[in-house]
Design a protein around this ligand. Structure first.
Ligand SMILES: [Zn+2]
Length: 300
């Protein structure tokens, strides 16, 4: 199809031992099917034949795409917003803990409607937020008087100036993976921390729901990371993993959506059970959580 990118090698490790593993449907916007491929080299999965940067826009046009909306309609959205307030506080505390700084300079890439950037600003942090979606940037301005910049501004930021760079469920969306890691390396302060949260297809909920797992979210999610592939990606680009944390609520949220996709209707009890199972397994191995926060440091 015109405007689609076919990958003949793994976008993380360049291995050509890649093969189709499942086919998933875009339940949010287009109802189109997309192949998900698996790399034997680094265990990355990636969406195949993805729309290129000039053709992906329409796949984000949905009122249901909750990441970009502030609607409080419907049970899932209401729960999402309650949990979001709690997670915003947890993220803020995490930044303080891992940077060992009470104030500093932060770059939030994919800032959405600015909730996290605003939270850090309220703690006196110097925050630069980048967001490609113009309507999300407008909401940040309206709701928080917060000015977010277009991603192209990343070229003009000062080298080695950021104590923390955050990507909350963003890296799986970016076409230019190598380009972004180049920016991280250039912009991170010598003792700075790179914080990347992404879904984990090796989680229990992913294994349970298979092609219905909501965090495959094709074609918006271009990459589906395992802990191994994320560490490989970081090390290729001059970063080392220093910590990782589970995102407990994601197991429930993703299971709720997955249950809808699988059975055409919501089943909160079943979803709660699967989310709980996923989190129980995570208690014994944090790399089994539905989504993981990875903390990286630049290698010298
Ligand atoms: Zn690979």
């Amino acid at each position: 199809m015109q405007g689609n990118i076919h990958l003949s090698k793994c976008p993380v490790c360049n291995s050509t031992t890649i093969h189709q593993i499942i086919t998933a449907i875009d339940y949010t916007v287009s109802n189109q099917s997309f192949e998900i491929w698996h790399c034997n080299g680094c265990l990355l999965r990636f969406t195949q034949n993805i729309p290129d940067i000039n053709h992906i826009g329409p796949y984000y046009q949905s009122n249901n795409y909750v990441s970009h909306s502030d609607t409080k309609k419907g049970l899932i959205n209401r729960l999402y917003h309650i949990v979001r307030n709690y997670t915003l506080q947890s993220k803020q505390q995490l930044i303080h803990t891992i940077t060992k700084k009470s104030v500093g300079k932060l770059l939030d890439i994919g800032a959405g409607t600015g909730a996290f950037a605003k939270t850090m600003k309220s703690k006196e942090w110097d925050v630069v937020g980048l967001e490609p979606d113009a309507s999300a940037r407008n909401l940040a301005l309206q709701n928080y008087a917060l000015v977010l910049n277009e991603p192209a501004q990343i070229d003009h930021l000062e080298a080695q100036s950021f104590d923390a760079i955050t990507l909350w469920h963003v890296l799986e969306h970016v076409h230019d993976l190598t380009g972004y890691w180049g920016h991280f390396k250039r912009l991170i302060a010598p003792q700075g921390k790179l914080i990347i949260a992404v879904p984990n297809y090796t989680s229990y909920d992913a294994s349970h729901y298979q092609q219905y797992w909501a965090a495959y979210d094709v074609p918006r999610h271009l990459y589906h990371f395992s802990p191994e592939s994320m560490e490989k990606l970081a090390s290729i680009n001059g970063f080392k993993l220093i910590a990782h944390y589970p995102m407990w609520f994601d197991s429930f949220y993703v299971s709720m959506l997955s249950e809808q996709y699988k059975n055409g209707k919501s089943n909160l009890i079943k979803a709660f059970y699967i989310g709980l199972m996923s989190n129980l397994k995570t208690l014994f191995n944090a790399k089994k959580c539905s989504s993981i926060i990875y903390v990286f440091e630049p290698t010298q």
